[in-house]
Each structure stands twice: as C-alpha cells, then as structure tokens.
Design a protein around this ligand. Structure first.
Ligand SMILES: C[S@@+](CC[C@H](N)C(=O)[O-])C[C@H]1O[C@@H](n2cnc3c(N)ncnc32)[C@H](O)[C@@H]1O
Length: 220
C-alpha cells in the first residue's frame, strides 16, 4: 500500500521526516519549480528593504528564500541538514539554521514577515496550534504570515511510500481549523486561496495547496 495511517507508536515521525529529506534533498530540489514571485507578492508589496523575513521549512532555498533574500534580510530554518547545506550554496546572502521549528527560539517581535511553503503539514497536527503561537510571538505587531497547508483533513496523519523515493509523513487539519487557530493566536486573516503545483517536472495536476495570508493584530 503506498499510503498508510501514521499511528505506529514505535515510529518517531519527526525523525522520519528529517531523515527522508536528508536523503531526497537533491532530488526534491532538482524538481522544485524555480519561480514564486506571484505567490510572494502578497507579502513583498508590504515590506521594505530593511524588513526581516523568516522562511520556516526553507528546504534548499529555491525559489522562496532566494527570491526574498534578493531584497530583504532572510533567515531560513529547516530540520534537514542536507537541505540547509544546499540552501547555503543556493542563497549565500541569507542566514540559515538547522533546527526543528518547534524546538528553536527567536526573540519576540524579531520578524516583519514569516513564510512557510509546503512544510507545516510535515509537523504532527496536534502541535499546529502551538506552532502558530510561536510564529505570532516571533512576529512584530502588524507582521505578516503567509503559509500553505495540505488540501484536506487527513485524520491521524499518513505516510506515503514513494515521495522522491522515500517514505514521507503528512499531518494536517482542514482549512476551517486553521482559521480558528489563526484567530486564537492573534492573527487577522487577510486572504485565503490556492497555490498550484510546486514542481517543475513532476506531473501532478491534483497537487493543489490552500494558502493563508494573515496579519498579526496590532496591540498584541
Ligand atoms: C516539501 S519541503 C518544502 C521546502 C521549501 N519550503 C520549498 O518551498 O521548496 C518541506 C521542508 O520542511 C522541512 N521541515 C519539515 N519539518 C520541519 C520542522 N519540524 N522544522 C523545520 N523544518 C521542517 C523539511 O526538512 C523540508 O525541507
């Protein structure tokens, strides 16, 4: 079976994700679409050259970190050391950190914007509310958040046997839960929509991802 419910108490799914990306980083990066301006314009049009931006689950840095680092001060964080090694080569002007976003800390209000493309759904969903609390703390009041999730609520989460040759793990709620999480953690949702396929050469027309664009409320 290519898909399995992720309910094995013996499996550390965070380690599984990290190790899988360490092994498939080159392959993933080689097939990733290399442009992203349209999606990022939601935030970039509100930023200035002195803005500080965090890219959560930045992968190999292309296209998101590279595009943002051309204008802004960019920090990328990723749990995979191989992805970060590639990102450092691809985007030498940015700062990159190898860490689990759930276990690292940044000073409060230290970013003007946070983006996360195709990464949050690899974190066990019972941690997602806490993740948004952390992102809200790291953003200044009025700061911007742009992220994608998976297309549907997937229950307990699942693994797929052949994601760029590796077993990979996903865990996601449906969009209405993220609306609640964002409101609860001090965000105002500005826009929801869909972004299409993230790959250049993989034929996956069904691959669509909801995105959220939200602003941290002033006075928080
Ligand atoms: C599908 S890739 C997306 C990479 C990049 N954002 C992009 O747009 O191509 C998901 C990335 O999230 C990272 N990731 C997964 N769980 C993470 C965690 N808990 N903390 C930090 N990074 C994580 C993975 O290592 C991987 O590089």
């Amino acid at each position: 079976m290519p898909f399995k419910i992720a309910d094995d108490p013996q499996t550390d799914y965070r380690e599984l994700v990290k190790n899988a990306y360490n092994r498939c980083a080159m392959n993933y990066a080689g097939q990733r679409r290399t442009t992203i301006e349209a999606e990022l314009s939601l935030i970039t049009e509100h930023l200035t050259p002195s803005s500080k931006v965090l890219d959560v689950g930045c992968g190999a840095g292309i296209p998101v970190a590279r595009h943002l680092a051309e204008t802004f001060s960019l920090t990328g964080i990723d749990i995979s050391s191989t992805m970060i090694a590639l990102a450092r080569e691809n985007v030498p002007t940015a700062r990159f950190i190898i860490a689990d976003v759930m276990e690292t800390e940044f000073p409060a209000s230290s970013f003007d914007a946070i983006v996360s493309f195709y990464a949050i759904f690899h974190i066990p969903r019972q941690e997602h509310l806490n993740l948004f609390r952390r992102l809200a703390r790291w953003l200044r009041p009025g700061g911007l958040l742009l992220f994608t999730i998976a297309n549907k609520d997937d229950g307990a989460g699942y693994t797929e046997d052949d994601f760029f040759g590796e077993t990979m793990y996903w865990s996601n709620f449906g969009p209405s839960t993220y609306e609640k999480f964002l409101t609860e953690t001090g965000f105002q949702i500005e826009q929801e929509g869909i972004v299409g396929g993230g790959y250049e050469s993989v034929d996956a027309p069904e691959e669509i991802h909801p995105f959220f664009f939200a602003v941290k409320r002033e006075g928080l």
